[in-house]
Each structure stands twice: as structure tokens, then as C-alpha cells.
Design a protein around this ligand. Sequence first.
Ligand code: PHE
Length: 355
Amino acid sequence: MIDILQQLRVDALSTFSAVQTAEELEYARVVFMGRKGRMADAMKELAKCSDDARREAGKTANEVKNVIEGAFAAAQSRVMHAQNDRRDTEEWIDVTLPGVMSNMGHIHLTTQAIDEISRAFSHLGFVRAHHPEVDWDYYAFESLNMPKDHPARDDWETFFMADDDTVMTGQKGKVVLTPHTSNGQVREMEKGKLPIRMISIGKCYRRQSSARHLSMFHQFEGLMIDEHVTVTELKGVFDHFVKQYFGADRATRLRPYHFRFTEPSFELDVSCSVCNGTGKMNGVKCKLCKEGWLELGGAGMVHPNVLKAGGIDPEKYNGFAFGWGVERTMMMRSGINIDDIRTLYKNDLRFLSQF
Ligand code: PHE
């Protein structure tokens, strides 16, 4: 028995001292110290010995066990140090080197424009409101004095929400992706608080896509309802916005137009920055506007039927509304000359990082 133990000691010492890596160390540990390892085997043999033999060999067994544990600990610390040394040379980093800057982004130019637009109106007490971008037909059309099947609806090429092929309908008619932000008009009136000075900026969707049209774009909708509101106020608010956003030297113009939800209705124009509103550049027609004016969008005095739909007495209150496209407005100012408006949303950083 003692011979077996001595041999075990010799083998363990030579094995552990030769160990180089963590894997080899683990392997040696299992062979010598594991539950079914050589030390455990020796202890089993020892148990089978006669009392005398066991007493004699027991001491040696204990010594050998201690020696093996010591050899293991020594090997373990050697392997660990070797590993650290290797890391120090192979994975060395210079912490004093300047770091690698990550790319800094910035908000999209449309979002910048939205912020500026809402700021310009907030000076006049217009409060930003948010209304659904998926809404019922009622708010998008019907409450705006456009009854079902009215041909005026054709001006808004509308997306309808459908489940399989069935157009979704709810409490207030079909469900649409809002083709304009005017759905916010009656929704705002329904809140029941007067007077109203609202600026609502949101996404609009129309079944269109071309170099000049986006299927998703943004509008900002203004609504002012109070006693004795006149076209003069509309013109004043429009003027203020144009001077704030485009510059003090730009002039404005109201042109008669037609919308079902305003009466009278207008289209609002801003003087062209290229030809200074003259329509001519060096004796030839201005290339940008051709006539001195650029069209910004629609507006008008809120139709009595719309006020009624919003629970407001048209005998007592009136007001104006306007709806203009954010992308159009922003491009008119900056003179961003892109031949395809869809470039705005192609997420090409070479384009976006310029603004
Ligand atoms: N909603 C109209 C459009 O999308 C614009 C508009 C808004 C006109 C408010 C008048 C009043 O064309």
C-alpha cells in the first residue's frame, strides 16, 4: 500500500510541475484529485487493508494528499501568473491614447422645421396640440362639411385601413390614415374649451408618390376660434409667421380659393426670394416661381357647419383655420434645391448631414 502511495506522490509532483495551461491543470486535477481519481482510488484500497496496515499507511496517505494539494496550488498560481503575463503583452492597451469619437447625429431637418414652426406660433399664444394620425372618416371629412360621397373628397387621395380586404369601420365611419391635419379641427373643438388657439403638427398620408409628392408628409394646422375673429387676424398671423420663419423682407398674399370647410377660403402665397416678388430675373421669367409668388397652403374662415359639428354656436363664435405642408414650407425657405422631395426620407447620411 505504501508503495502505491509513494508512486502516487511521485507521479502527482511530476505531473503538476509540468502543467502549462489552465486546461492541463484541470485535467491533472481530475486525474489525481477527482472523485474517481487516483487519490480516491488509493483511499478505497486503504479501506480494504487490515487494521495494522491501515494505521501504518494512513499517515503516508495523509501526507501524500497534502503534497498533492500543495502541488496543485503551486501549479495553479504558476498558470495564473503566466496567463496574466501573456495578457500584459498581448492585450496591452495604451490608456493615454485619445479615444475614438463615435459619430454624432442630429435631429432630422423636418424635425428642426417642426420645432421652429411651433415656436413661431407660440409667440402668438398658439398651443401645440396632437391629434390622431389614424382617424375616422368623420373627423377627416364628414365633420368638415364633406358628406359621404361628396366629390370634394377626391382632392385627398386617401388610404383606408383594411383588415384583409375589408375596410375597417368604427363608431364614426371608416378608418383612414389622415390625409390632412384638418381632422384636428373638430377634435379640438370637442375638448369644449374656448377660445381656441391651436397649432397641430402631424403626419399626413396620401396615395401619391412622385418627385414632388410624398405618400407620407407633415402638415401644420392652425385653428383660432373666438368672438369676432376676422380675415384681418388670419392675415396678421400669416404675416407674423412668414416674417419669423422666412425673414422680414418677405411679403404675403391671400388668393381666393375653395375649401368645403372654410368660407371664404384662400390660398396663401409668400413672395419669392429668388426674384424678390417681381417674377423676373434679368428680364426673363424667374425660374423658381415664374410670377413672383410661391404658394404656401390653404386657409379660410371656419365654416358654420364645422363649428356646429364641434358643438360651437356659429352665431356667437367664429374663427379661421389654415393647413400648410411642413416639407414644402421648409424647402421654400432654405432654397434646398433637390429635384426629388423623396430624398428627404431616404436616410442617406451624405444628404442629411448637410443640415
Ligand atoms: N386641409 C387642407 C389641405 O390639406 C388645407 C386647409 C386647412 C385649408 C385649413 C383650409 C383650412 O389642403
